[in-house]
Ligand binder design. Structure first.
Ligand code: PCA
Length: 203
């Protein structure tokens, strides 16, 4: 089956939800052009996340990979342009580990560009009245790792499958629970954003 792999992440950092998980679940089985979405939810730990994604990258009929994650503190949809070869974080991952200055892939190139049509996606989003921008950092936590390692795996194989990453803001209920002055985006609008991006990818 010709398909787009859409991934989201499990909740982390003490939150009970992750909008990227909700989005990936909501999109599973949906059709965009000739492509059907197959979704997967990833653990917030690098080896486990990589082991969950890698087998899905050789599935017959895979045409594109759109990975989703939460970016706390961001107010707009962030269409990521680049994954860098480093894990560097103090927020413990799902195994309770903190990593500092560890390469995603030892000996790998410093960075990989997203192979999604990132500018077209941002134009489609802002044209539809959805706040969005081209981001040149996916951070140095699990989202950047997943972006980098997916692009590395596909690149090593000379695969034509396009792949990239989109960060979404907190859900309003998360900000309500935090009680902090933080930006958020309603799930309906985030969903419309990812649908718009998938329309462009399936184009
Ligand atoms: N966001 C984190 C990891 C999981 C998620 O949803 C990140 O930006 O790295």
């Amino acid at each position: 089956m010709r398909h787009i792999l859409v991934t989201g992440f499990e909740p982390f950092a003490g939150d009970s939800v992750n909008p990227s998980q909700e989005l990936a679940k909501a999109l599973d089985g949906r059709r965009f052009g000739a492509l059907t979405v197959r979704s997967a939810i990833l653990p917030v730990q690098h080896e486990a996340a990589r082991d969950a994604v890698t087998p899905l990258l050789t599935e017959p009929g895979l045409e594109a990979v759109v990975q989703l994650g939460l970016a706390n503190g961001r107010a707009r949809i962030a269409v990521e342009c680049v994954g860098v070869n480093v894990l560097d974080y103090r927020l413990p991952d799902a195994h309770g580990d903190v990593l500092q200055g560890v390469p995603c892939v030892p000996g790998g190139p410093a960075a990989y560009w997203s192979t999604l049509p990132v500018r077209d996606i941002v134009e489609a989003l802002t044209g539809a009245g959805i706040p969005a921008y081209l981001s040149y950092t996916a951070g140095t936590y699990l989202c950047n790792f997943t972006l980098y390692s997916t692009l590395h795996t596909l690149g090593q194989r000379g695969s034509a499958v396009r792949a990239g990453f989109i960060h979404v803001p907190f859900l309003p209920a998360m900000v309500a629970a935090h009680g902090l002055e933080e930006p958020s985006m309603d799930l309906g609008l985030s969903l419309r954003a990812v649908e718009t991006a998938l329309d462009v990818v399936a184009g």
